[in-house]
Design a protein around this ligand. Sequence first.
Ligand code: ADP
Length: 485
Amino acid sequence: MRVLVASSEIVPFAKTGGLADVTGALAKALRRLGVEADCILPLYRAVDRARFPMTPAGPPVRVPLGHREETGTIEETDAGDGVRAFLVRNDRYFDREYYYGTKDGDYVDNCERFTFFCRAVMEWLVRTGRRYDILHCNDWQTALIPAYARTLYSREEAIRPVGTVFTIHNLGYQGLFWNHDLPLTGLGWELFTPQGVEFYGKLNLMKAGLVFADILSTVSPTYSREIQTPEYGHGLEGVLYERRADLYGIINGIDYDEWNPSTDPYIAAPYSLEDLSGKKACRADLLSEFGWRGPVEEAVIGVIGRLTAQKGFDLIEEIGEWLAGQPARVAFLGAGERKYEESIALLGRKYPDRISVRLAYDNRLAHKIEAGADIYLMPSRYEPCGLNQIYSLKYGTVPIVRRTGGLADTVVDADEDPAGGTGFKFSGYEASELSDVVARALAAYTDRPRWEGIVRRGMEKDFSWEPSAREYVALYERALRKRGR
Ligand code: ADP
């Protein structure tokens, strides 16, 4: 089976969040199962061309955009582990400092940029005669591909038999644009209806994927159910409910080549379930990274994440003063929306001996936090899957999570299930519930034998990619059956 994984970010080329981790690791895991998986993404300025030398994969592609035409090239390189990567090059669109926008907002031509990307992929497939059985598209930036496959390109020999799978990594980002952008996409106005790509008068690119893909999936079973409800559906719950027979939830795997305390090059000392002693050195290293001296008895709580409303930072802010009075230190790493950066930085300035903040995107430090902290805090408002809580389990860092999406599916509460607990969970999105669960975790931390049991059970969990990749293969087979293959 030949599969092309399309995404706006893919490790090791470009990453802002979990989407990149997942698409990169999935392609590798599929290869290990014998699936011929390639991947395709835009060629951004940040892609390391010294490390990944590019060669043209065919002649330039001409891409219709409304009444105009733009030219691009598809460059090919080796992503490692047998995966071929293709990168869509158009410097006007992608040779920019950021992928999607600056701190002040999205790039104003994002509809045009990602329409170009999707249509360049289609043109390339058609013109080069390159054959795939499955196009696996991810999030709104690639959502036009399934729509193109069943509309503008449906008669093409290279496209007609191809199954399409569309995976939702985050329904909070839908690619909403004003209706005047519709002609850019080449789709007809007959699709600008509630059953098509119209959404309260706007163009919704995510809907193109939800409506046209043969099979839909999202990144945890709980999130696949939640998004069919008004609370989590971001206005698309009706569309998702309609398509529930084709909607699946597959939990993300973890790339244990990247996230493994026994081989992690970023951490102070290696450790494992068999020999946990290295974690002490990692803890000391983390404390000094965050500017704390001397022995620290209290629990060290790590927090890493994009600073957006999704991640529950407003709740952390609300309990900030209470938290500063607890036997705990908080090591905070995040970058994102200015209002959260300011409020979290303020907490750090107010309680420097309790809360230490790094406003940055720093992968090395993220690894050090996972290894050095005792507790990892992730109180998300919603969470399609979440990766950091799963990394935390592997690193023996006990997660505190809100009972939503993938957080609900991957962590077992240690008070509810004393023999099987791996972390702590709370339900309502309320500051009081968050402080209660943190208090429960801190109480457990003082009971060393109990704590060690929770740590060990978490480390024993296995979220490697293979089972999830097998589930994706089953989805690809379903998609092919829908195409009569
Ligand atoms: P999301 O994709 O919603 O951001 P996930 O938990 O699925 O959330 O994935 C987040 C990924 O991005 C993890 O690999 C995490 O370590 C990384 N990450 C997020 N923020 C930062 C940061 N400030 N510095 C380093 N890595 C970060």
